[in-house]
Design a protein around this ligand. Structure first.
Ligand SMILES: Cc1cc2nc3c(=O)[nH]c(=O)nc-3n(C[C@H](O)[C@H](O)[C@H](O)COP(=O)(O)OP(=O)(O)OC[C@H]3O[C@@H](n4cnc5c(N)ncnc54)[C@H](O)[C@@H]3O)c2cc1C
Length: 432
C-alpha cells in the first residue's frame, strides 16, 4: 500500500464529483506523476483510476509470480523511493470508458462521471496478438502483461509439461525463464535469427544464448506459428509455418505491445501511433497530458518522434508530466531510443542508444570475456558516444547513459570508455 494513499474498488460510489487531478492508469507513469503532483501541490485532490483489480505494483517483476519466487505482495509499489505520496486516492477496477475533453469529465465503468481540472493519460500498453495466428483465444494461451495474467500462468503450469513461447523479445524471455524454473520444458519460436533483436545485434547476444543453453531453453529460429491446436481442455499444440507441429499445454505470445488509446476515440486528443505529446508532455486537448508507454514523445537531440515500452522512461516522463500538471512548467528531456537495464537468466545486461551498427558508419569497439561482453558505439567522427551494450558486468551503466544522453564530447575520456574504467570523476571534472 502507498502510505497515505487510499484505495477504492469498482462499484464504490464516486463520492467526489470533481478531482483536481485525474490520472488514468496506476503504474510507472501514473504513480510517478501522482507523487510528483503531491510534492508541488499539497492540497489539490489526486485521483488515480486503474482498470486492474490489483493495487499498483512493479510490473517488470511479474515473471517472478510465474516462477513462484515472489508473491504479489512483494512487488507492491510502496514505501520504496518516490512512492511515498500522501492523500493520493487510487481507485482499482475503475476502467475509464470515455473522456469528454470539452467538459473535462471522465466516464468510469460502473461508477459514473468524474470532473477534472487536469488529466494525465498513463494507460500504458497491452500485448499485441498477431491476427494471423489463429486460435489465440484458446485456454492456455497467454501474453504476460498483468499480475492477473501471471497468476493464471502459474496455475496453468500445474497441468503443463511443455510451453511454447512465440517471440524472442525481452518479455517473452523473462516468461520463458520463469517457466523453466517451474520445471517445464520450454521452446522459444523466433522469426528473427536471434533473440532480443531489438536490443542488440546477433553477435552481441552470445552470452545470453549461452545462459539460455545452460538453462535448457530450446530455441527454433526462422519460423513462426500459424495456429494454435486445441481440444476441450485447451491448447494441445502449435502449428508452424514450415509445416511442422509442436505439442504443448501452454503458449505464451510476446510479439510487442500496442498503446491503450481506444477510450479516447471521438475526442480531439491527437493519436498517431500513441498519444502525441509536446515538449511539456501536454497533448492536444486542454489541460491534458500523457506519459509512459502510451505517449509519443521525442528523442533528445534529433527531436524525432519515439515511443518506448520501458519502466524507467515511463517514470521519468510521468514525473515531468506531474510537474507540468502542478503548474511547474518543465520541459521533458526526451527519451533515448533504447534503454534497458535488466536481467535474463541471472545475466544482467544494459542496452542503450544506438546498438544496431551493421552496415552503418559508426566507430564500434567490442570486448568479450567468458563472462562479460561490452560494445561501445561512437559517432563516425569518434567524438561522441552514441550507444552501448554491456552484458555480465553493467558497472557504471548510468554514467554511460549520462554521457550518451548529454551528447558530451568524449575525446578526453574516450580511452576510459573503451577500457571500461570510466568513472564519475572523469565526466564531472573532465580530467584525463
Ligand atoms: C513481464 C514484463 C517485464 C518487463 N520488464 C521490464 C524491464 O526489465 N525493464 C523495463 O524497463 N521495462 C520492463 N517492462 C515494461 C514496463 O513494465 C512498462 O514499460 C511500464 O510498465 C510502462 O508503464 P506505464 O505506466 O506507461 O503503463 P502500464 O504499466 O502499462 O500501466 C498502465 C495501466 O493503465 C491501465 N489502463 C489502461 N487503460 C485504462 C483505462 N481505460 N482506464 C483505467 N485504466 C486503464 C492498465 O490496465 C495498466 O494498469 C516489462 C513489462 C512486462 C509486462
Amino acid at each position: 500500500m502507498y502510505p497515505g494513499s487510499c484505495f477504492g474498488r469498482k462499484g464504490d460510489n464516486v463520492t467526489e464529483e470533481k478531482s483536481k487531478y485525474i490520472i488514468v492508469g496506476a503504474s510507472a507513469a501514473g504513480m510517478a506523476a501522482a507523487h510528483t503532483i503531491r510534492l508541488h501541490d499539497r492540497q489539490g485532490s489526486v485521483t488515480v483510476l486503474s482498470e486492474e483489480p490489483d493495487t499498483p505494483y512493479f510490473r517488470p517483476l511479474i515473471p517472478f509470480v510465474v516462477s513462484g519466487k515472489k508473491r504479489a505482495e512483494d512487488m507492491v509499489l510502496s514505501g520504496c523511493g518516490p512512492y511515498t505520496g500522501r492523500d493520493i486516492f487510487v481507485r482499482t477496477e475503475a476502467r475509464v470508458e470515455s473522456v469528454n475533453t470539452a467538459e473535462k469529465t471522465v466516464s468510469v465503468q460502473g461508477s459514473g462521471v468524474l470532473a477534472y481540472e487536469k488529466i494525465l493519460f498513463a494507460t500504458g500498453s497491452r500485448p499485441y496478438i498477431p491476427p494471423e495466428i489463429k486460435g489465440t483465444d484458446t485456454k492456455g494461451v497467454f501474453a504476460l502483461r498483468t499480475l492477473a495474467h501471471a497468476r493464471n500462468m502459474a496455475k496453468r503450469v500445474k497441468t503443463s509439461d511443455h510451453a511454447v513461447m512465440l517471440g524472442g523479445g525481452l518479455l517473452n524471455l523473462k516468461a520463458a525463464f520463469a517457466l523453466l524454473e517451474r520445471g517445464l520444458k520450454v521452446t522459444l519460436v523466433v522469426y528473427s535469427p536471434e533473440v532480443l533483436s531489438q536490443l542488440m545485434e546477433p553477435e552481441d547476444a552470445f552470452l545470453i544464448r549461452k545462459a539460455m543453453d545452460t538453462a535448457g531453453l530450446k530455441i527454433k529460429t526462422g519460423c513462426a506459428a500459424t495456429h494454435i491446436i486445441s481440444e476441450h481442455t485447451g491448447v494441445t499444440g502449435v502449428a508452424l509455418d514450415h509445416g511442422g507441429e509442436m505439442s504443448c499445454r501452454m503458449v505464451c505470445i510476446g510479439k510487442g505491445v500496442r498503446p491503450n488509446v481506444e477510450f479516447l476515440n471521438g475526442t480531439n486528443v491527437w493519436i498517431d501511433g500513441g498519444i502525441v505529446t509536446d515538449r511539456y508532455t501536454a497533448c492536444s486537448a486542454p489541460d491534458a497530458f500523457a506519459a509512459g508507454d502510451v505517449a509519443v514523445t521525442f528523442k533528445p537531440g534529433s527531436g524525432d518522434r519515439i515511443m518506448t515500452a520501458l519502466w524507467t522512461n515511463a517514470v521519468e516522463m510521468g514525473r515531468c508530466a506531474g510537474r507540468n500538471m502542478a503548474g511547474v512548467k518543465t520541459a521533458y528531456s526526451g527519451t533515448l531510443g533504447i534503454l534497458n537495464a535488466t536481467q535474463v537468466a541471472e545475466e544482467p545486461f544494459v542496452s542503450m542508444g544506438v546498438v544496431h551498427t551493421k552496415d552503418r558508419d559508426f566507430e564500434v569497439y567490442r570486448h568479450a570475456t567468458d563472462t562479460t561482453y561490452r560494445k561501445v558505439v561512437f559517432n563516425p567522427q569518434g567524438t561522441r558516444l552514441m550507444g552501448a551494450v554491456f552484458i555480465g558486468d553493467i558497472t557504471n551503466a548510468g554514467l554511460y547513459r549520462y554521457v550518451i544522453r548529454g551528447k558530451m564530447p568524449v575525446m578526453h575520456i574516450k580511452r576510459y570508455i573503451m577500457d571500461h574504467t570510466l568513472h564519475y570523476g572523469h565526466v564531472m571534472t573532465g580530467k584525463m
